[in-house]
Write a protein of this length. Sequence first.
Lengths: 328, 509
Amino acid sequence: MLTKTPLKLVAIATLTASSGLAMAYEPEGKVECLAPADPGGGWDFTCRSVGKVMEELDLVPRSVQTVNMAGAGGGVAYAHTVSKREGDDQLLVAASTATTTRLAQGQFQGMDAEMVNWIGALGADYGIIAVSDDSEYEDLPALMDALKEDPRSVKFAGGSAKGGWDHLKVLIAAQAADVENLPRIAYLSYNNGGEAMTQVVGGHVDAFTGDISEAQGFMDSGDLRVLAVLSEERLPGEFSDIPTAREQGIDALGPNWRGFYMPAGISDEAEAYWTEAVNTVYDSEEWQEVMTQNGLMPFQMSGSEFDEFVKNQIDDIEALSKDIGLIE
Amino acid sequence: METLGYLIDGFGVALAPHNLMFGLLGAFLGTLIGALPGLGPANGVAILIPLAFTLGLQPDTAMIMLTAVYAGAMYGGRISSILLNIPGDEPAMMTCLDGYPMAKKGKAAEALAISAVASFIGSLVATIGLILLAPLLADFALTFGPAEYFALFLLAFATLGGITGKNPMKTVVAAAIGLMIATVGIDSTGVQRYTFGVLELYEGVDFIIAIVGLFAISELLFFIENRAGGGGEKMAVNKLTISWKDIREILPSSFRGGVLGFVAGVLPGAGASLGSFIGYTLEKRVVGKKGYFGQGDPRGVAGPEAGNNGASSGALVPMLTLGVPGSGTTAVLLALLISLNITPGPLMFTQNADIVWGVIAALLIGNFLLLVLNIPLVGIFVKLLSVPPMYLLPIVTMIAFVGIYSISNTTFDLYFMVAFGVAGYVLRKLEIPLVPIILGLLLGPEMEKNLRHALDISDGDWSILWNSGLAIGLWVFAGIGLILPYIVGPILRRRMQSQLAQSGDTSND
């Protein structure tokens, strides 16, 4: 067993390490994956499913142990990683756009994105804007025109808190469509996307903002009409009928990526190892199958490219949040 | 027909070996807890919630186990009523009236068997009612907008008096405490309220921790105070000699009790005590002079037992379909659902169909299990009741600590739980009821959110709150629910007391 793992790693290294870094680091013993929420949510899923594929691909010596640490929307786990785990190169922490949103809005008191190592993302859920089937709005421009005339005329329901990612997606789209007076747009926050959709389908709220994976049930039943998906290109498979916002002339993107960060103070070798590991997972058949089964869409980024992406996303969200008066 | 398909799927879930096993375990523990005097079903479920987390159960298994505990507690309540004349919980009070006299006549085993059969029939009738009514209500729930939900939550609070009722002011105080605790955390606009810069408080107070602290830990403190290590009174049961004729005689009473109990359970606030009370009085009226109520009439055991078990299933209807608990125990079950990341309400019937229907199927299966457990094995429960609590409570405490710790792996939660336990002890000493606190904690954020949403939709116009027929109807009901207990409650309570006093006299003859 012990000899098998390094051999595989050498193979991976020679195949994929174009930077020419020597793989001096390899994990030993227990690898931990910190899910900053209770079992059952998205972060928990990221840890458990990626951990499983890493075991199958022999990227870790034994197993990846998922540890749940809920609190403050990921803030407790972030604080733990920053203050107690510096230099721990066997710890992965699950993250998503919810993490960057909270960082951008200063909700992790006294902490910022520089205090951890951003490793990579392996898949995303894309934002959508949808209405009930009997709505008067036929496409995204029609909806945005109504908002331009009166920002209170369309009310949005979503599963995140006010100022959270679902709210921000509406604002990203409205901003791209040149709607003025963004803070006036009404956003109603619900416990989850399903509850918000019920209110839209029941005719109590005008439009739904959420992720594509949440909407499938109501799309299949024909109760919900998706006006636009906030991705660069049309999504594969059964979602290929849904137009993007871009092709309707509104340049709005809303990927909710899933990925990892690690503590600060780890060696370059360790960082390179885990970056490569995330890439290997993404390219594997096992992971592609997990993505199809769970409605995850293609989205891959790692290393410095990912680090830059995260920091840009935080800047964008910060600017937007200031615009709507959510933060000062 | 669609319902039948779902139900069959539900049986698939409930009959999976591990679910069946935990269902049986829950039924057993529930009966035991129900039988311990003073430990009601709400406490019982609260105490066993950590067990679900300790064992790391899946949501469906956890729900099945605790629903079985709930059903079992209703069965168990009758054991000490009949044998000791001490009701295991409030709903079992009416069972004392004829159950204890039966036991004094040397017919304890018959009384236990009859009450088990009646419990079974009451539960069965009500579970069928639940199966028929719940999907209808769930469809209907689509018409609930924020204004209607707000009115519905008000209705739930207004009928609180009916649940706990002795001192209305203390109920109000308790609900207000719950609502106040519910405001802690980041609100929906991102403003921090009462977090004092403590990260752990950002997401508010976890109600599971509050519930386990308030109920289980305070129970422990009470025990330490009483130092009641001696164990219960010795109880003896004669050999069972029951004929098919005896059972046939109580069938009509059981059916009537079950139906009445179900209706009482569905109405928010009414709950199981009312179910057993009207079950008993109806029996008395229907049977009339031919009966010998108060002196050990089997029908006086069957009616209220069927009534309280019917009510317990009925109370699940509003909890599952609307997310508004119909009783204290369903409030605790609701908290469990929410902490398992499942939002009760109309959506649950489609999004978590396996869990809802699994639980309903488990309720049906659980009833058969309970019947089997309660007739031949009743002797075991009687023996276990004599186990001194000094052995039971440390186990309960251990489970509580391990369970709470395993939810999010922080010691902060443990300190918090102990603090709630001490608070629960003080509140119980002051005779402030705990259930309204839990309801305030659970429903407060939802009520606030729906009020905000309603005003968002109407652009600040308050009249949206009574703009639909449905909303007006709910307001009217809330008004009635608020006033009625103060008129009817004392009368009802006086009657219950006089019934008890009467039967006390006759049994002393």
